[in-house]
Design a protein around this ligand. Sequence first.
Ligand code: PRT
Ligand code: ZN
Length: 286
Amino acid sequence: MKDLLKIAIQKSGRLHEESVKMLREAGIDLSTGPNKLRAEAYNFPLEVLFLRDDDIPQYVEDGVADAGIVGENIIYEVRKKIKLVEKLRFGKCRLAIAVPKNMQYNNLKDLRGKKIATSYPSILSEFLKTHKVNAKIETVSGSVEIAPGVGLADAICDLVSSGSTLFANGLKEVELVLQSEAALVSSTKLNSVKSEILKKLLFRFRAVKKSRHNKYILLNAPNNKLDIICKILPGMKSPTILPLAEKGWSSVHSVVNEEKFWEIIEKLKENGAQGILVIPIEKMVL
Ligand code: PRT
Ligand code: ZN
């Protein structure tokens, strides 16, 4: 039998597209079609299983899948014996407690004796225990946000991203319980061949992650400003400097992190940089 790494990803839903995109950007071509349960990669020893996200940790623990891509919210809720290998920076959301917007809320003490509806009873009960709050947990499997409105609970603990679901249901967010994003997980019992494939996959995922959060920047600068411009640019090593045909001018190339991007561009302009070009990076291998 061929040695393949079996990776489980969400069949459909919020993490599906980004998971497929991550694999594709890692150079993995899949034979996907509609309603498929599995797909094999043409050019990498990988088989992809399409599952419901909640089931992924169990499949990985049982060894039916060797690895998976799933939200941290699920990983921490279901507490299976699996390894969190790498956070992938997509599917970001937070698990938060929300209460009706007209409820007086000052701090966690206001939740004492209250009923909180959630699909995350393990994480919530741990959170309440840590903060010594005695509240009742009402486990519901969906439409958590309607629980206070229909009189099922006083508060909810649910995933939030934009906050519009809470707003539409007359709720306000009052406590952050967990920050979450999609993560690569793996079985704790991989043989050496599968471990090697996972290592290669991780290497590629890291290159994709880095490239997504960095931009390649090219600019022209007068030579007497090069010192200050190089100080502003926090590249991987030092920036590349090439002379321009026009005397007294140089072209400077570097890599800039997305988070600081606008701040850096402004400083560069203030310090004499011209003709600034910003280019997306296809892959970044350090
Ligand atoms: O069918 P399957 O079981 O696989 O999918 P699912 O319906 O259980 O999950 P799905 O596709 O909704 O979410 C998959 C994963 O995406 C979650 O486990 C999280 O890790 C991640 N994620 C990121 C989110 C959100 N953002 C999110 N906003 N999951 C759910 N939501 C929901 C939330 O529950 C609430 O109903 O979106 C609503 C809030 O969104 P805002 O933007 O209005 O705040
Ligand atoms: Zn689910």
